[in-house]
Design a protein around this ligand. Sequence first.
Ligand code: ZN
Length: 527
Amino acid sequence: MVLYLIRGFVNGNIYVSFKPLRKAESMLVVGEKVAYVGEKGVVEAVVSRLGGELVDLGGRTVLPGFIDAHVHPDELGLYLSTLDLRGTRSIKELKERLRKYAEAARTTWVLGHGWDQELFEEGRWPTRYDLDEVVAEKPVLLSRICLHAGVLNTKAVELAGLFNLKLPGVLRDELGVPTGVVKEEAFDLVRQKVEETLTIEDYAEFIERALHYAASMGITTVGFVSCGLKQLKAVFKLWSEKRLPVRVRVYLSYRDELVEAVKQLGIRRGFGDGYLKILGFKILADGSLGARTAWLSEPYSDDPSTSGYPLLSEEELKRAVRKVDEAGLQLAIHGIGDKAIDMVLHAYMELNKTREKRHRLEHASVLRDDQVELMAELGVVAVVQPHFVISDWWVKNRLGEKRVHWVYRFKTLAEKGVELAFSTDSPVEPLNPWETVYAAVTRGKYENVPYYEDTREECLSTLDSLHYYTWGSAYALFEEDALGSLEEGKYADFVVVDRDPLVVSEEELKSIRVLETYVGGKKAWSL
Ligand code: ZN
């Protein structure tokens, strides 16, 4: 006979689901699942009759656990363990931070992340000469906040063999000498060099650290996007050792051979168990607006010499899409510029029964009206990162008067019938769900984001935002029957928070704190 642990949670302000809005004062959890939500008397009677634990919530608010549909736990864990350069205001400050950190760094490469040249008072990108002044002996890689560019010191440029490599992503001065800045394919190449020095154990540690951090933020499931083979082995290790504190849903980085291998192993979408599932493959169609590498149908307004560029040809993309689709796996394709998104949607159009496959468009940043319509028609899921709205405060410069109305169209997407899933792309944006909800609701109103007025009609309500962060993301993962709300029969994944998000002012949303996180009825974290 199997013995299930019974836990009754009473006297709470429990949000069972957001759409429809359903609330209760008490909840009964049996084993990993919600057995009943409703009256306190019923819960108390079961616990006293069958034995178990009774938890008095003391009127506190309980919400379904957050599901962040697009995270990079390997990179997040790496950055939690290396130099944090977010918020750096100048190259001078970047150098000071690097100097301090490098003295203690244990890794072969000195790694840092999070700078943004838009914030630098020098008004320019950093170069290898800047870094050489601080660290010359060990290779250094400092990645830009967007993870589509980085800066190296000379030692790293040498080690990566960039002096003689003719790649467009290796930035060069007037004399053709690398400046130390690398973008896109060149940035990826350097990161591969760094990755080669990291072991499966290193990754297991990084990922575990990131997932515990996720639990502390009230996240109970993550979509692990761009998972490499070494990272997958690390996840398997954590899985088999029961070291996964939250649920992980994997989208592997696309590689031809890998699709073949996965197919031969008999792995289809949903392979795994409650804690770990493999869902599909992630493909990058273009870059980022920040680095002007997102592919637009017309040139950038603040640099007419470029429209960005695709990271693969339309033919290559179509072939990859077909291959993954035919293998019974889900696609998650990064598309930021409208031209890149055209290419993605054209590839999806050629498949059968696209709605049932719930193929995903990651970011969906710059969308024309016709593209919103087409997404709704095809049933493509928009996996969006509302905090981009605040971080990309300069976006009106990049896109100009007309196109600024095309960015981050959450409300329009929802109204046209496109399913939305919320995420952070962490470590690109803060993992804290309350910062995301705040950004979706306020869109930079309090940060004086220059295009707030232009796109204020895209503000979502708190209720809608919480729905997309729970049920919406569960839908993107094909798990709205098991996750995303606290209805009877679903996993008891929930958080206890210090304030009721549907009562506080919109400004207060970002300071709500998670007090406890439960995954499958078990406490995964508490303050
Ligand atoms: Zn990402």
